[in-house]
Design a protein around this ligand. Structure first.
Ligand SMILES: Nc1ncnc2c1ncn2[C@@H]1O[C@H](COP(=O)(O)OP(=O)(O)OP(=O)(O)O)[C@@H](O)[C@H]1O
Ligand SMILES: [Mg+2]
Length: 451
């Protein structure tokens, strides 16, 4: 199926020509017609499968058609469509994708995130725009300050939807929904992971909306592969292992995920000290907006080779040519494991994941493996249980020792037999020599050969 057969507005032609995309991805093929037909959707498809354009293209299409019918939106601070994302970094990335489309389709896109200056946000109330991309807390404060009105919103997309509701934004989002006209509202929930509890919540919460489901099974899996290596280390060995990995093994650029912000700082400091030629940046939620922006921009633009980050970079972030991910510590939840690893192996490319597995990780490994089994569309390998590994190693060692003992015993027996036979042969030899002196020497030769 080609993009043309999706019958999008002709204004997209320039965008497709510029991007060079040959055909829509599977999630785009299935989602775009539903959204064009004003359906509300829950879309679950693997990391890197192209969900951003799966909602961006039909959104622009619908708004463009509305604009042609009813004229441009003239209401200030009143978007027609809103996309929520859990982090500033992701909101900014979506904004850049949407800007690349709006450049051709000519609609107005605005970004509203936590780090924006008040002056910048203020101007929202005085400007007209069609699409707002935002983080939830900023939307909440802007509504409160009467800079933003959601009464005319017709399309509401929640990217990384499960994460938005889990991150403590649930009440904020529910409050936003109360401001919207439910009858005319199109909803879109997009994610790579749909925990059962969240699925039930969606069904119960939006009982009046018919939510169409787009989800893929294993048979639809693209030929993307993520190779996984598990390195068994004790916590105090991790820095040394990471250093060795970067010096000797690492090919291309990658992200080192840590579980805590201070751990990210420590690893970053260690690498800067020990590998002064390595271009490494750090990214976590305690850094100020400018430092966060600078770190990610430097990594995205390939000035930096390595990014040490917390889970702030785990979801949605799309970085060209990323070759590997190191889990310095396994994440606290299996879902984050899927998202972290999903930073590589995107859009049909391959990637490598290295897990530094400590002896206390057994429980987490079991949970991750269960999640991977349930997550039919993510091509991740199972992590062997470190504890079981150890037991298996001990058993193998015991078996090897047993084998060696047996071998030693067999050799000893053979030696004993050989010595006994030597003695016999010697005796026999003496006899034979004595008899050879009397007859032919063949018997002595044969005996010698047998020995
Ligand atoms: N039709 C297409 N053909 C080729 N590449 C595409 C196509 N659509 C999107 N891409 C590229 O695929 C990459 C991944 O897309 P995107 O970030 O939307 O994935 P995602 O499904 O949102 O992943 P995640 O779950 O990690 O957020 C991007 O670099 C994007 O430019
Ligand atoms: Mg995404």
């Amino acid at each position: 199926m080609s993009f043309e057969s999706l019958e999008l507005h002709p204004a997209f032609k320039g965008f497709f020509a510029e991007q060079g995309f040959k055909k829509p991805t599977q999630v785009q093929r299935q989602t775009i017609p539903l959204l064009i037909n004003r359906k509300s959707v829950v879309v679950v498809s693997e990391t890197g499968s192209g969900k951003t354009l799966a909602y961006t293209l039909p959104l622009f299409h619908a708004l463009k058609i509305d604009e042609e019918k009813h004229g441009p939106n003239t209401l200030k601070g009143t978007p027609r469509a809103m996309i929520l994302a859990p982090t500033r970094e992701l909101a900014n990335q979506i904004y850049l994708v949407m800007k690349s489309v709006s450049h051709h389709v000519k609609l107005r896109v605005r970004l509203l995130t936590g780090g924006d200056s008040h002056a910048k946000t203020k101007s929202l109330a005085h400007s007209t725009f069609d699409i707002l991309i935002a983080t939830p807390s900023r939307v909440k404060s802007s509504i409160k300050n009467k800079e933003l009105t959601l009464g005319h919103l017709r399309h509401f997309i929640l990217d990384e939807a499960d994460n938005l509701f889990e991150m403590g934004f649930k009440r904020d989002i529910e409050a936003m929904l109360l401001d919207m006209d439910q009858t005319l509202l199109q909803l879109g929930f997009f994610t790579a992971t749909l925990p059962p509890a969240f699925d039930i919540f969606l069904t119960e919460k939006f009982v009046g909306k018919k939510l169409e489901r787009v989800a893929f099974t294993e048979s639809h899996r693209p030929q993307t592969r993520i190779e996984t290596y598990n390195v068994r280390v004790e916590p105090e060995e991790k820095n040394m292992v990471v250093r060795m990995f970067l010096e000797k093994e690492a090919k291309g650029r990658g992200i080192i995920f840590t579980n805590q912000k201070n751990q990210a700082d420590e690893v970053h400091k260690f690498l800067k000290e020990k590998l002064p030629n390595l271009k490494v940046k750090v990214l976590h939620g305690d850094m100020d907006t400018d430092a966060r922006e600078e770190a990610l921009a430097s990594f995205v633009s390939k000035k930096a080779q390595v990014l040490v980050a917390t889970d702030v970079a785990a979801r949605g972030i799309d970085i060209d040519d990323l070759a590997w991910v190191v889990n310095y510590g396994l994440p606290k939840s299996a879902i984050y494991y899927l998202h972290r690893c999903g930073r590589v192996g995107r859009g049909g490319k391959t990637g490598v994941v290295y897990n530094l597995v400590a002896s206390h990780d057994g429980k987490m490994i079991t949970e991750i493996n269960q999640a991977i089994q349930g997550q039919t569309h993510l091509p991740l390998q199972m992590i062997p249980d470190a504890k079981l590994n150890q037991q298996a190693r001990d058993k193998a060692k015991a078996r090897a020792v047993e084998k060696v003992k047996k071998k030693v015993e067999v050799i000893a027996q053979r030696d004993r037999r050989a010595r006994a036979s030597d003695v016999a042969v010697e005796k026999q030899g003496r006899k034979t020599v004595r008899s050879a002196r009397r007859g032919p020497g063949r018997v002595l030769k044969n005996k010698t050969r047998v020995r």
